[in-house]
Design a protein around this ligand. Structure first.
Ligand SMILES: [Zn+2]
Length: 432
């Protein structure tokens, strides 16, 4: 079928656990993501993009609803999206789009409501395509033969969805989620362009080399989906959005994985838009933006109306299309996922942690722990807490954070899950 409708398609690629600063697009010293760099060169890159929380479920829920965790209710993995949440796929299906998703982790299985609005939702995790399987996770019985799917199998399934979409004369939305950079770091093949893990000295450098190889393996698989898209439809027919859901600690602040703190290595994400002929090539947006901005931005770019009054994010389309800078001092908010006693044995994960970035300053407030203030312009690695030196600035940020917490209170009865999966979570890297 020849595509005669003239409406743009949407390909959303989310890569799990891929630290922005470990990608070529964000200046990494190794060629981990040549294809992502090409997406950025052909389109617009958000240099200071953030997730509200460095955990897969809550982050994707905010990305796909433009709502905060306290609103959509996904305060940790294993919680279920309510049917009354309006997701991007529902908005696009309502506008006549064919909708399909291929996800790579049980965290995003339809059991938890992620399939709302999708005509096809591929969360079929076969043992022969997986890295690992779990019987119990987050206190739940895993009703799936495996827990995840390797990138190469996800790519094959995504290309099959594109081929199916090409047979129908209607615009389409395809969401492809990749999981490989997530622990365990066990790349199924090694790129000769990067150091081999066995050649690194020491446990942490070996782990980081393996993590980087997983990123490259995934990027090579993303490239195949983009090639199929461009071959079947033409690059100018489809808005491509690439994002990561969160980063990875890599021991920068004492944590290997993600979820437990709100430092840059965990909350800074990739966010790039490609649509040749519409989105200019090579533009970079320096001002802070959030994954919460994706839904309103994409809706405007595609020309699809949004249901009124539900989006918390900013429409970045003017910044993307015309270079109109978003406000540099716009506050962005962060909250740690919900932890229950026993989730992380012996480590301080109990109690809330919230943070705010405004301008180049970041303030972190833990229920149990010192207040922290960082000047990201001078100290992007958040190594020097200047809270005591900047009391007025810290107080202003604390007040703004408190106002957000008051405006967006936690749901009255947060869904409870049993904490008895700690040992298996440890194997997954959710617990150190
Ligand atoms: Zn994730």
């Amino acid at each position: 079928v020849h595509q005669t409708h003239g409406r743009p398609n949407l390909l959303l690629v989310t890569v799990d656990t891929q630290r922005a600063d470990h990608t070529d697009l964000y200046g990494y010293r190794l060629p981990t993501t040549p294809r992502l760099a090409a997406v950025g060169a052909a389109g617009v890159t958000c240099d200071a993009a953030y997730t509200v929380t460095p955990t897969t479920g809550p982050s994707h829920a905010t990305l796909l609803t433009s709502r905060w965790p306290n609103q959509h209710g996904i305060l940790k993995n294993g919680f279920t999206l309510r049917p009354d949440e309006t997701m991007l796929a529902e908005i696009l299906a309502g506008a006549g789009y064919q909708t399909a998703a291929v996800v790579s982790s049980y965290v995003l299985a339809r059991t938890f409501g992620w399939d709302q609005g999708f005509g096809v939702y591929d969360d079929d995790f076969a043992k022969k395509e997986a890295s690992y399987r779990l019987e119990r996770w987050e206190g739940l019985e895993v009703d799936s033969p495996a827990f995840d799917r390797r990138a190469e199998f996800t790519t094959a399934r995504a290309i099959a969805r594109l081929e199916a979409a090409a047979r129908v004369d209607a615009p389409w939305f395809l969401w492809v989620h990749y999981y490989d950079p997530h622990a365990p770091y066990d790349p199924p093949r090694l790129s000769p362009d990067l150091p081999a893990p066995r050649d690194a000295t020491g446990q942490l450098p070996r782990a980081i080399a393996a993590y980087d190889q997983e990123i490259r393996y995934t990027d090579d698989e993303v490239a195949k989906v983009l090639d199929a898209q461009d071959r079947l439809f033409g690059a100018d027919r489809t808005l491509v959005v690439v994002a990561t859901d969160h980063g990875e600690g890599l021991q920068q602040h004492g944590w290997m994985a993600h979820g437990a703190n709100l430092y840059e290595e965990q909350v800074h994400t990739v966010l790039a838009f490609r649509w040749p002929g519409h989105v200019p090539a090579g533009r970079r947006i320096a001002e802070p933006v959030g994954l919460v901005d994706v839904v309103p931005t994409v809706a405007t770019l595609l020309g699809v109306p949004l249901p009124p009054g539900r989006c918390e994010g900013l429409d970045l389309s003017a910044a993307i299309l015309r270079g109109v800078a978003p406000p540099a001092d716009r506050p962005l908010y962060f909250q740690r996922r919900l932890y229950k006693e026993g989730d992380k044995e012996g480590l301080p994960v109990l109690g809330d942690v919230h943070a705010i970035r405004a301008g180049t300053w970041k303030y972190i407030e833990a229920a149990a722990g010192p207040r922290e203030l960082y000047d990201l312009a001078a100290d992007p690695g958040e190594t020097e807490n200047v809270y005591a030196r900047e009391p007025a600035r810290a107080a202003a940020l604390a007040a703004a954070l408190a106002a957000w917490r008051t405006a967006v209170p936690p749901p009255p009865a947060a869904q409870e899950v049993s904490p008895d999966a700690a040992a298996r979570l440890k194997a997954l890297g959710y617990v150190q």
